[in-house]
Ligand binder design. Structure first.
Ligand SMILES: [Zn+2]
Length: 428
């Protein structure tokens, strides 16, 4: 039976983990010095090795003869864990076991001692737990049973309650750098006998955005389709439904030079190839971002325009995604709007020319008749009555009618104020 590349090439030793040296060093040091913590939080974007690292750690802490923090791979514990038969390494997918009952079961279970040195619970996608489940988990983390290690893995650490977060030793997994990923993938492809050209590999690395699993899944699809052939950039673009960079270049220039016909022609090409407009716009934004960075680095003149373009297309992408099959129209409108905006901007620059034009003729407008206004109230009493009738629709009772204020003598005001407060006022 065929094993997917990302499963087959899953790292099994700390030394196989790519680009997470900061984490590997700390974990191996803890194992070497016997200072293992009881709860960890592994966070980072998908495909950066969180779960793999958790499994490697589980194996290493249980190994009977570890070497510099690495599992030996031959002792009974290592063999059992590698076979997936060990009762000491428990993987829980919080996405499908997110209820309070699941965590209560776990709390019952953790009380039983491990067969080996440690029981390691790996809770994947831990941010998916319900509030009740988090509360139940907190109780266990507050009084951790001996010989139990929790490794919580998540792509969304901000969704973990602060009370839980403060009890975990946090490790942030980095996106794998393009250079490391290229080197690793080139090695894997050579081992697997898959022939891929440099452009295609660079494209796979670029589209995977630092996630090794995504890169390997895509290579798997390519290798399946182009078995015994060299995988080219065109093949890779075909499989991912992406457009070649030329299309982005053409559209970018059409937008930059205010050429609506060319922009719409490009969109027509995309449509003819049956491509998805939301995906296209996403990738076009990625292309614009690259230009923006290169303009920043080179101090290019188009920087302001490119930044504005990124802003414009970032705003419209939601409309394009929501439009579904109508994404074409949404993208066309976005392009026309952008060009219209540029032309509006040009007019502002020509404002000095405009000033010289004759002023617009003044249109005579017939005077508007003043609105019918109720006569001014004669007294405060009259006014109060009118308000009352407007809101309550009934004549005021005597006690509710405001009394017209009597003019005050200058000292009288001061006397009244003295009566209202409990300390004396001295007039200086
Ligand atoms: Zn071992």
């Amino acid at each position: 039976m065929y094993t997917a590349l990302y499963r087959k090439l899953r790292p099994i030793r700390f030394s196989d983990i790519i680009d997470q040296q900061h984490i590997v060093r700390t974990l191996t040091n803890q194992i070497i010095h016997g200072r293992v913590s009881h709860a960890y939080l592994f966070c980072g974007v998908r495909g950066t090795g969180k779960t793999s690292c958790a499994k490697i750690f589980a194996r290493a802490v249980n190994c009977t003869q570890p070497n510099l923090g690495e599992a030996c791979g031959i002792c009974a514990s290592c063999v059992e864990i590698a076979r997936g038969a060990s009762m000491d390494v428990i993987e829980i997918d919080a996405a499908s076991n997110n209820g309070v009952d699941n965590i209560r079961d776990l709390r019952e279970e953790v009380r039983y001692p491990p067969n080996g040195k440690y029981k390691v619970y790996i809770i994947d996608e831990v941010h998916m737990l319900s509030t009740g489940a988090f509360n139940a988990l907190l109780k266990t983390l507050e009084e951790p049973p001996p010989q139990v290690i929790f490794i919580l893995a998540t792509t969304d650490p901000q969704k973990i309650p602060a009370t839980i977060h403060s009890r975990l030793m946090r490790f942030d997994f980095h996106r794998i750098s393009p250079d490391s990923m290229t080197a690793a993938l080139a090695g894997y492809m050579a081992d697997e006998g898959i022939i891929i050209n440099e452009d295609a590999l660079a494209y796979v690395v670029n589209i995977s955005d630092g996630a090794m699993r995504d890169a390997l899944s895509l290579l798997d699809r390519l290798a399946g389709l182009y078995f015994d052939q060299e995988i080219t950039l065109e093949n890779a673009l075909e499989v991912t439904g992406s457009m070649s960079k030329d299309v982005f270049v053409t559209l970018f220039h059409a937008l930059l030079h205010k050429n609506p016909a060319k922009a719409l022609g490009t969109i027509d090409d995309i449509s003819a190839k049956g491509r998805d407009f939301a995906q296209f716009t996403d990738e076009f934004l990625g292309y614009l971002r690259d230009i923006m960075v290169s303009e920043v680095v080179s101090g290019g003149e188009a920087l302001a325009q490119v930044v504005a373009m990124v802003g414009h297309f970032s705003q419209v992408i939601r409309n394009i995604k929501q439009a579904g099959s109508g994404g074409r129209l949404a993208l066309e409108i976005a392009c026309i709007e952008w060009i219209g905006r540029l032309e509006g901007g040009d007019k502002e620059q020509k404002s000095e020319v405009r000033k010289e034009r004759p002023p617009k003729p003044v249109v005579e407008v017939a005077p508007v008749a003043p609105a019918v206004v109720a006569p001014a109230p004669k007294s405060a009493q009259d006014y109060a009555e009118r308000i009352r009738q407007r809101y309550l629709g009934e004549p005021a009772a005597e006690s509710f009618v405001a009394q017209p204020a009597q003019p005050m003598q200058p000292d009288e005001g001061l006397e009244r104020l003295r009566g209202m407060i409990n300390f004396d006022i001295k007039v200086v």
